[in-house]
Structure formats: structure tokens, C-alpha cells
Design a protein around this ligand. Structure first.
Ligand SMILES: Nc1ncnc2c1ncn2[C@@H]1O[C@H](COP(=O)(O)OP(=O)(O)O)[C@@H](O)[C@H]1O
Ligand SMILES: [Mg+2]
Length: 285
């Protein structure tokens, strides 16, 4: 049976003087999975993420962490945030320490770890995000991409069971974008549940286990990448685009070059393999 780490049940929320940011949201996050939230600006993704971490409280409905209804006293929140970390979209809203090492140490120290244990967590976090050489740098001198990696290190130093990444690849150059996605994959392989929002349909298609599509504070649809991106009506309604790999595959299939009865490829390698297997182009490198 599936084990759920987070659940929103009929959750509604409106900011003061604003229309509803969340409108009766029902969604369950399965433990150990990679869940991607897609939706245009203003769909409600960030607002929902702030509910998952207990920063916002619902005006209607309930949130559950490991099947227990969330409570909002200091002790419960501390417990929740130990297990569910959030990396905000803008690193400047998250960073507050003078240098990188202090920033990444804050979480573990705040959780009550001793100096020795904190050092271990910090070293691992700096190493795995590739910013060991930045450890003594003042945070305000870092580039956007470096700041982003510091915020990620500061969260993984606490070893949470689930991490929420709000648009982790926005404004990153292609190389760092790929590095972040590879790194999220590694985290997931170690058992961390990864929840992220993105506008990158290619990443969502090739990487997610489950995709949740949102619009106007509502969940339009939840499903596997195949189900989501083969639903043209949904793609149009949510203002999404088809992933490039799927577009190429559909072109080849519709022109009779590839067979109909094949599972659509999800990655560049799967597409290449399919092309090679059907001898369309000899030996694509
Ligand atoms: N701090 C805020 N104060 C007032 N309204 C907000 C605030 N943050 C978001 N909103 C509004 O809530 C709705 C949902 O926004 P948000 O959760 O940020 O969506 P997304 O992350 O999908 O872009 C939007 O209409 C947005 O304008
Ligand atoms: Mg947002």
C-alpha cells in the first residue's frame, strides 16, 4: 500500500484582499517519489508549498504529515520543518548569515545537534552541492547560482525526509540546471521525497514520477508524465507545452516512421535508442 508523507485535504486559502490562492485543493504526496507541480504564474504552487511546510495555515481544510493532522504550535512546527525542508525560489529571501559555513550550520545547530555532528552534516552538504570552496565566502558576494546552491545545502544539512524546491532551476544556466536536476535525482535515490515546481515541461516529463497540474488555485489533474502530456485538452487549458522529446516522437509516429504501439520515449537516450532500433538513421551517436 502507498505511504503518503504529505496530504492536503480540501485546502483553501486567500491572501488579504486577494482572490482565492488555493481553492479546495486535494493532493497526496507519496513517500520517496519525485513529484512535479506544473502551472502558470499565479496558479497557487508556492502558496501550497508554504502550507506543506507549515508557514501558512489553511483557512479551510486540513493538512496531514504522515497521516497526522498538522499542528501549529512551536514544537510541532519544529518537528515538521525538521522533516520537510523548503528551498524558496529566491535565494535572497532565504539567506541571512554572514558566510556560507554559518548559513549551512544554522539548521543543524537549531535542531540541537552538537558542534561535531553539525560539522559532519555541513561538510557533507557542501560537498554534495559542490560548494566546498565557497565555505568561507560572504553570502552577499555570491552569484545567483551559487546562492541557490547554498540554500539547497542549508536544507539538506538537516537531512529532511522530504524537500520542496520552488522553481529550483529558474535563472540558472544550462550547466547548473542540469547539475541541480542530477543532484535532486541523487537525493531521491537515497530515499528523499522530492517535490518541486517548474515551468520546464521537458524536466517534468523526463524526470517526474507524478505530475500535478494546477490552475487558478485548483488541481486540474494529477498523473504520470505519460498521462499528463498525452492529454492535449489539459495542456491547452493549463497553458503548458508538449515536451520536445514527445513532439519529435509524435511526428515520427504520425508519419509512419516509428510504430504506433510503443511506449513514448521520456529521455533523449530513449528516443535515440528507438530511432536506432528502427534503422531510421544509421548509428546515431
Ligand atoms: N504574499 C502575497 N500577498 C498577496 N497575494 C499573493 C501573495 N503571494 C501570492 N499571492 C497571490 O496568490 C495567488 C497564487 O500565487 P502563488 O502561490 O505565488 O502562485 P505560483 O507559485 O503558482 O505562481 C496569485 O493570485 C498571487 O497573486
Ligand atoms: Mg511560485
Amino acid at each position: 500500500m502507498s505511504e503518503y508523507i504529505l496530504e492536503a485535504k480540501d485546502v483553501s486559502f486567500a491572501y488579504p484582499g486577494c482572490t482565492k490562492a488555493l481553492d479546495n485543493i486535494c493532493v497526496k504526496i507519496e513517500k520517496g517519489k519525485k513529484i512535479v507541480f506544473l502551472g502558470e504564474n499565479g496558479a497557487g504552487k508556492s502558496t501550497l508549498f508554504l502550507h506543506f511546510n507549515g508557514i501558512l495555515t489553511p483557512q479551510k481544510g486540513k493538512l496531514f504529515f504522515k497521516n497526522q493532522e498538522m499542528k501549529y504550535d512551536n514544537k510541532s512546527l519544529m518537528n515538521l520543518r525538521k522533516s520537510v525542508g523548503i528551498v524558496f525560489q529566491d535565494p535572497d529571501t532565504q539567506l541571512f548569515s554572514a558566510n556560507v559555513c554559518q548559513e549551512v550550520s544554522f539548521g543543524p545547530l537549531n535542531l540541537g545537534l552538537c558542534v561535531e555532528e553539525t560539522k559532519k552534516c555541513v561538510d557533507t552538504a557542501l560537498e554534495s552541492t559542490g560548494i566546498n570552496d565557497l565555505r568561507n565566502k560572504p553570502t552577499h558576494f555570491l552569484s545567483y547560482g551559487q546562492k541557490k546552491r547554498v540554500t539547497i545545502a542549508s536544507i539538506i544539512a538537516m537531512n529532511p525526509e522530504a524537500i520542496i524546491f520552488d522553481e529550483p532551476t529558474t535563472y540558472l544556466d544550462p550547466k547548473h540546471k542540469e547539475q541541480i536536476i542530477d543532484f535532486l535525482e541523487e537525493l531521491n535515490q537515497k530515499g528523499t521525497t522530492i517535490i518541486l515546481s517548474t515551468h520546464d515541461v521537458n524536466v517534468a516529463y523526463s524526470w517526474a514520477d507524478t505530475i500535478v497540474v494546477m490552475k487558478n488555485g485548483k488541481v486540474l489533474k494529477e498523473g504520470t508524465p505519460d498521462v499528463i502530456f498525452n492529454n492535449d485538452e489539459l495542456i491547452e487549458k493549463a497553458n503548458l507545452k508538449k515536451p520536445l522529446i514527445l513532439e519529435i516522437y509524435n511526428e515520427l509516429k504520425n508519419n509512419g516512421i516509428l510504430p504506433e504501439n510503443h511506449r513514448p520515449p521520456r529521455t533523449k537516450n530513449e528516443l535515440k535508442q528507438l530511432i536506432n532500433n528502427h534503422n531510421i538513421i544509421k548509428n546515431l551517436p
